[in-house]
Design a protein around this ligand. Structure first.
Ligand code: TA6
Length: 310
């Protein structure tokens, strides 16, 4: 649904912070929060509570965003940080529904409510929420509230807080499906998963073990299990190291489609697949989260970027 000038004015009346935070019309006429501060700038669409840019002061853009991304209800923006909930990848019974249940759940393809923008020191915390409704219950018969709190400073912190607002236990999967911008996928390495078991989604989810650092020479789609490891993405072409830590997450997913899948992705195109790597804090497969009524679960991802020569 298009955002009117009045909607935008009402949003800015409630949430704008002069010189720091404003809500503007983004691609596809979708509203986005635009953050500009001493420490960093960032952009977050209300659609999917989807961060599409984080640019620490003095650094280059850290987040990849496809030049062919689609910006519309019912579609996920390609790139940025899609929020996957309450299931990961295809729902096993997706086709039993009309319309079919969407991949990676339904919260990344709908507008979230902007709850608050808080300026504390050099940090700006943007909170957005969504909740179950009759539309979501068609696909997933549980009542929930989800809050995404994104804190922008010289680091990027994303917290996904899920609350069971229903009367019975439910079990959910989740991921902060972060696309990191890289100079050249062939040259990067991800350090920190040596020896960790993973399920290889490019090979029938067979269980394997990571030997050494992750380097990329083909499609990779690995779900590492029972790991809270802090990782480093080393990018020689951009001369930088991205540190990725997390709390409340037992899985890390590493993905690049390679040319193999990218050529069939209309919202990616060209050689863009060579310029991102997905490193995702998640709770999926055997690490899905059972949540009792009234309880909440918090998954946090914290990202820092620094020069390699530092
Ligand atoms: O995170 C890896 C993955 O699950 C891959 O299997 C691939 O499907 C990717 O997510 C992107 O999914 P999407 O639905 O956004 O195209």
């Amino acid at each position: 649904m298009a955002t009117t000038t009045l909607d935008l004015q009402q949003l800015n009346d409630r949430f704008a912070i002069p010189g720091v935070a404003q809500i503007v019309l983004g691609e596809g006429g979708l509203p986005k929060v635009k953050i500009t501060s001493v420490a960093a700038s960032a952009e977050i669409y209300l659609h999917g509570a989807h961060l599409t840019s984080w640019l620490p002061a003095g650094a280059e853009e850290v987040i990849f965003l496809s030049s062919k991304a689609q910006y519309q209800d019912g579609k996920a923006i390609r790139g940025g940080v899609p929020v996957c909930f309450p299931w990961f990848n295809a729902k096993s019974d997706a086709k039993h529904y009309d319309p079919p249940a969407p991949a990676h759940g339904f919260v990344r393809i709908k507008a979230w409510e902007l709850e608050s923008i808080i300026h504390e020191g050099n940090a700006i915390a943007v909170s957005l929420s969504t909740a179950s409704d009759e539309g979501t219950r068609k696909w997933w018969p549980h009542d929930f509230h989800a809050l995404q709190r994104i804190t922008i400073s010289s680091q990027l912190q994303m917290e996904l807080i899920v609350t069971n607002t229903g009367a019975s236990l439910f079990t959910f999967e989740e991921a902060l499906h972060t696309y990191y911008r890289v100079g050249d996928i062939h040259d990067i390495r991800i350090v920190g998963l040596d020896g960790v078991s993973y399920l290889d989604n490019a090979d029938g989810l067979r269980e394997k073990h990571q030997h050494g650092d992750n380097i990329f020479s083909q499609r990779i789609d690995n779900a590492y299990v029972n790991t809270e490891a802090e990782l480093e993405l080393i990018d020689p072409a951009l001369g930088r190291r991205i540190s990725i830590s997390k709390h409340g997450s037992q899985n890390t997913v590493i993905w690049n489609p390679w040319d193999e899948l990218a050529k069939g992705m209309s919202d990616l195109g060209g050689d863009q697949w060579q310029h991102f790597a997905c490193v995702e804090a998640a709770n999926i497969h055997g690490n899905a989260i059972p949540l009792q009524p009234g309880k909440e679960h918090i998954m946090t991802a914290i990202i820092r970027a620094e020069r390699l020569d530092q």
